[in-house]
Write a protein that binds this ligand. Structure first.
Ligand code: MRU
Length: 341
């Protein structure tokens, strides 16, 4: 697979987390050094680090930062309690992606063995992400080809689910890149993904880096593109998947799924096992992050609405399982609900 960089989107270096600042892309490739739990919480909350698997890995490394700060030899009293409090703050930095709490808990589980063990667990999770991504992408490529036997595909995706959102090649975007590498892709339509433009800024950047033909469209053009026969398959990621297969993902995903079902177009979710939350059945029980109004009432820091205008700004929505053709993880196809043509 063509992979412009083998460097994971985040890593542990000299007692800190080093990551690409996704807020600066595509204009600037700026590295961000996170030395404290506060730094990590802020980076996650402001989307400097974003995408469900990436925020989980950042959270796990954040627990290691806290463990070294509070539980190193020579530091007395209350250390473990302080780390547990930090872990709660890390897990709460964004509420919707279950990967965050999952990864923080997993790292915290090693606290009794000391800071080195916490760090080893967190870095093992980064390594695992490579294998998980590779297996998931291989199953997802097959799932797409099974449903779209035509020689060359026009794909549509939403938000960013590539190497910026994971520690490896990505989920849905990783699948698109693998299909492109196999010569199966004519063009990728990329939803710009309002309001923070993860599609326009990040997915277009990754596709350009990989040399894959793509066009960016406004989110509301997706249904029209489907009606004009410009889309053979929709591929997206997930932030949380319930036991019955309802999927929380970036706002706009639900509308895409409705449009895809209407046009008989396969709608495939690619996400790791760590995105499943089987404690929930009904997707309406997923906590949806509501973000600041100015993300909607401004564009490029310029106000676009009359002063005082309020906004409805959920960061995610829930797509019911009935609208999803397949959910693919590293273990294979979990759920199918074949769309009616
Ligand atoms: O708000 P974001 O940019 O973190 O939202 C990201 C998404 O919705 C992704 O589709 C999801 O996290 C999967 S990333 C592999």
């Amino acid at each position: 697979m063509s992979k412009p960089s083998d460097q994971p989107s985040l890593r542990w270096e000299d007692n800190a987390i080093v990551t690409l600042d996704q807020r600066a892309l595509p204009h600037e490739r700026r590295l961000l050094r996170l030395d404290t739990v506060d730094d990590v919480v802020t980076a996650i909350a402001t989307l400097a680090v974003r995408g469900a698997p990436s925020i989980g890995l950042a959270g796990a490394l954040g627990v290691a930062l806290s463990a070294y700060a509070h539980c190193s030899p020579g530091i007395s009293g209350g250390g473990q309690q302080a780390v547990r409090a930090d872990a709660r703050r890390l897990a709460a930095a964004r509420p919707t992606a279950v990967n965050l709490a999952w990864a923080v808990d997993r790292a915290l589980g090693r606290l009794v063995d000391g800071p080195d063990a916490v760090l080893a667990e967190a870095t093992a999770m980064i390594d695992e992400d490579w294998a998980v991504n590779r297996q998931m992408v291989s199953h997802a490529v097959q799932a797409v080809l099974d449903r779209c036997p035509q020689r060359s595909l026009r794909l549509l995706t939403h938000c960013n689910t590539g190497r910026l959102a994971t520690a490896a090649v990505g989920t849905a975007l990783g699948t698109i890149l693998a299909l492109a590498d196999a010569g199966k892709v004519t063009e990728v339509l990329v939803d710009e993904t309002r309001p923070l433009l993860q599609g326009a800024r990040l997915t277009a950047w990754e596709l350009a880096e990989a040399g894959v033909s793509h066009r960016v469209c406004v989110d509301s053009a997706a249904a029209a593109a489907m009606s004009q026969g410009l889309v053979d398959c929709v591929l997206v990621g997930a932030d949380r998947i319930t036991a019955r297969g309802d999927v929380a993902n970036k706002i706009g995903t639900y509308a895409l799924a409705i449009a895809a079902a209407h046009h008989g177009i396969p709608f495939i979710v690619v996400a790791p096992e760590s995105s499943w939350d089987r404690s929930l059945v009904d997707g309406r029980d997923i906590v949806i992050e509501e973000r600041a109004a100015d993300e909607v009432t401004s564009y490029g820091r310029v106000r676009t609405t009359p002063r005082g205008t309020r906004a409805y700004n959920p960061a995610f929505d829930v797509t019911p399982a009935s609208l999803i053709t397949a959910i693919v993880s590293e273990h294979g196809v979990h759920h199918t609900s074949e769309v009616r043509a």
